[in-house]
Design a protein around this ligand. Structure first.
Ligand code: NAD
Length: 520
């Protein structure tokens, strides 16, 4: 931390408030275990979404800086690969301890740069920490396979790291998503180039500092900044063997296609439109509370936010009550203790969300609760949209077709569970879907027929814990999504198999004649 502060980078302790920062520091790159101020002439202003005060300037890193990060990772790889699994495990234990110790500091950075509430920011850190904690069990997770295939002959397969790998992260989970990659990429023996979102890289910089403190050798974890140009560098640099991407469809489909064409292994988690089907036999109170929390928490800026409701039969009459619960949620600065929703990430994002609400109105939907124009008294300059409930929505409407990524829920009425299943499956996205019902039979049918990758039964945001993988499907992943993040698939993503067949027999049992046929 002292070194980070001395370098004048933005990993110094963040204030736990939204007051303007005098003389905001620039964000540095983290290369070869050092915070390196950028020499770029192009900077991205990062503003507190609650006030639009400047927090830091993020560099569009120069080509030399990006090359230096890759060179550092390449140089570090052979020695890091050779470090024993027990020693790597010790670093994971230390990293887990340090992330927990620094949780408030990480969360403060997230609230200031991303806008979500302080409590929610701690959840962001915790969900990433759980991946580090799971990686501590690497000694039993990375075992290979062995079998005696013939007399005196054995085949064994084991997993080796890929080399230098990269992670490109979105703005909405500034700690959790970098932590989907940092522990698993490194504990499996790779070296990493991490590019956080240019909109909130502060948490990743604190994580870099903690990685150094945990004992990662120089060059194992590097953090570089920038936007599309930095991403192009990552895609094109031949030393980088694999890319983990999380973000929008636009960027992710491009990265997947261009990265795959260069022979890279690419995992890419993309956008979403997560539905919940509400059945008349559901526990109404549980369903409405769950839906309001999952739709409006983090101002709807979660890839697993519940953004579309399918009200079956008479449950459409519950919508005014949902609007009441939504209306009771308080928008305010994320550091204020009673805040339920913070601001949106940027003024552009606010404008886009307001535009989608307006489009619903124009297309004939009903705005049952309108969050446009809401502002907390203390923070009039933030990017605010309050909870919004849109009813009488039809699937052709723009508000239904597009991912809104704001505190807006669109509600469609259907008469039967058959219609609900058909409609949800017709949606091109397939990240998550939930059902609220007391019927085991209905839930089982939903579970079997639903094409979304992560299902909740009376659970609104069914994001799997790290002993499982994040398993979106359809348009929510690029390609077929065969290479999921974290869990067993995460380990597969960061490793390649090596298979060895060996024959050891007594000298006197060795034949004196060559056998040229395939073994029978
Ligand atoms: P984004 O695609 O704008 O940015 C993600 C990353 O891609 C950033 O690091 C950014 O610098 C880079 N990038 C942006 N545009 C690019 C371009 N044209 N070329 C190359 N790189 C580019 O996404 P975001 O707005 O930061 O994040 C929100 C999106 O992420 C939502 O769509 C959300 O659903 C999705 N998301 C998905 C998951 C998941 O697991 N499925 C998780 C979190 C977020």
């Amino acid at each position: 931390q002292a070194q980070a502060q001395a370098a004048g980078v933005s990993t110094a302790d963040y204030p736990m408030n939204h007051e303007a920062i005098s003389d905001p520091p620039n964000t540095a790159n983290f290369i070869d275990n050092e915070f390196v101020p950028s020499k770029t002439s192009q900077w991205i202003d990062l503003k507190d979404p609650a006030t639009n005060n400047l927090v830091t300037r993020v560099p569009q890193s120069t080509e030399e800086e990006l090359k230096a990060a890759v060179a550092s990772a390449e140089k570090a790889f052979p020695a890091w690969k050779a470090v024993s699994i027990m020693a790597k495990q010790q670093i994971m234990f230390k990293l887990a301890y340090l992330v927990r110790e620094n949780m408030d500091r990480l969360a403060a950075s997230i609230t200031l740069e991303q806008g979500k509430t302080f409590a929610d920011s701690k959840g962001d850190v915790l969900r990433g920490l759980q991946v580090v904690e799971t990686a501590c069990g690497i000694t039993t997770q990375l075992t290979g396979e062995v079998i005696e295939v013939a007399k005196d002959m054995e085949t064994r397969s084991y997993r080796e790291p890929l080399g230098v790998v990269a992670a490109i992260c979105p703005f909405n989970f500034p700690a959790m998503i970098p932590l989907w990659s940092i522990p698993l990429a490194t504990v499996t023996g790779n070296t990493l180039i991490l590019k956080p979102s240019e909109r909130d890289p502060g948490a990743a910089m604190i994580l870099a500092e903690l990685c150094k403190e945990a004992g990662f050798p120089d060059g194992v974890v590097n953090v570089v900044h920038g936007s599309a140009k930095t991403v192009d560098f990552i895609i094109d640099d031949p030393a980088i063997r694999a890319i983990s991407f999380v973000g929008s469809n636009k960027a992710g489909e491009y990265i997947f296609t261009r990265g795959s064409a260069q022979g890279k292994r690419v995992q890419a988690n993309l956008g979403a439109k997560n539905h919940a089907a509400v059945l008349p036999d559901a526990n109404k109170n549980h369903a409405l509370n769950s839906i309001a929390g999952a739709a409006f928490g983090a101002a709807g800026q979660r890839c697993m936010a519940l953004s579309a409701l399918v009200m079956v039969g008479e449950t459409k009459d519950w919508l005014p009550e949902l609007a009441e619960r939504a209306k009771a949620l308080k928008i305010n600065g994320g550091f204020e203790p009673d805040t339920d929703l913070g601001p949106l990430i940027s003024p552009e994002s606010q404008k886009r969300v307001e535009g989608l609400i307006a489009s619903a109105e124009e297309e004939g939907a009903t705005i049952l609760l309108d969050g446009r124009g809401q502002k907390p008294e203390k923070y009039p300059n933030g990017n605010w949209v309050g909870p919004t409930v849109i009813t009488d929505v039809k699937p052709h409407m723009k508000c239904y077709q597009e991912e809104i990524f704001g505190p807006v829920i669109v509600c469609v009425n259907v008469e039967t569970i058959d219609e609900a299943i058909e409609m949800i499956n017709d949606n091109p996205y397939g990240n998550g879907a939930s059902i609220f019902t007391r019927s085991g039979a209905t839930a089982t049918r939903f579970q079997k027929e639903m094409e979304a990758g992560q299902l909740g039964i009376n659970v609104p945001i069914p994001v799997p814990l790290p002993m499982f993988s994040f398993t979106g499907n359809k348009k929510s992943v690029a390609g077929t999504g065969a290479l999921n993040f974290y869990g067993k698939d995460g380990l597969r993503f960061y490793t390649q198999w090596k298979t060895v067949t060996s024959l050891w027999k007594a000298e006197d049992a060795i034949s004196t004649k060559s056998d040229v046929a395939m073994p029978r």
